[in-house]
Design a binder for this molecule. Sequence first.
Ligand code: SAH
Ligand code: DHB
Ligand code: MG
Length: 223
Amino acid sequence: MTQEQWEAVDRYVNELLAPDDEILTAALAASDAAGLPGIAVAPNQGKLLQLLAQVQGARTVLEIGTLGGYSTIWLARALPEGGRLITLEHNPDHAEVARANIARAGLDKIAEVRTGTALEILPKLVTEPGAGPFDLVFIDADKQNNPHYVEWALKLTVPGSLIIVDNVVRGGAVADPENTDPAIAGTRKMYELVAREPRLSATAVQTVGTKGYDGFLLARVIA
Ligand code: SAH
Ligand code: DHB
Ligand code: MG
């Protein structure tokens, strides 16, 4: 199987099941025009996040790693009246693009971009009245901090909440204990933390497509 085939299938699936509407297309175009890296989730992955949020009946979502707000829009659209999403982004240029994309999507009453380093904002969310707990947490920022993000997610969720981590396969690199990339080491530490955490029931699924060979980790808070 080749990358070319994976992309052909993604095109087929996306066109039928997860077509970008004009808002999502504009969000990607604005991100591109502003020079943001093209690393947002794929359309079918955004749709998966939206479906998971809906299955979850999520009313509150925390996202770590906003970029231009593409995944944010998919997730925020899953929320019912009165729902709330907080997304964390340390790059002010990314945050600005995301805010404009979210406003264009008419989601600025629901989704709020907080600019700053996630590890500085997360402790504040624990004590901020009305911020948490979150029904769904999507972790998609600097991968070396993935163990810390799962630790904070545990403090910001309740039994029944769902924690999703992006990019947990990375072309298979995650299965190589000799890999010295801090992003891979961080993700492996995150797996080990999840594995020994009795409050979590988890699995990981491998994916192929426009984003190459990668995957998601899904963890349900059970206690
Ligand atoms: N979730 C987005 C993609 C996020 S890309 C989507 O699918 O559409 C990862 C983002 O995390 C980048 O914008 C990067 O600037 C941000 N980031 C990296 N390290 C961070 C940190 N320590 N705190 C907050 N954001 C961070
Ligand atoms: C990268 C980051 C992501 O969140 C992603 O989904 C793909 C690639 C990266 O930093 O290369
Ligand atoms: Mg990602």
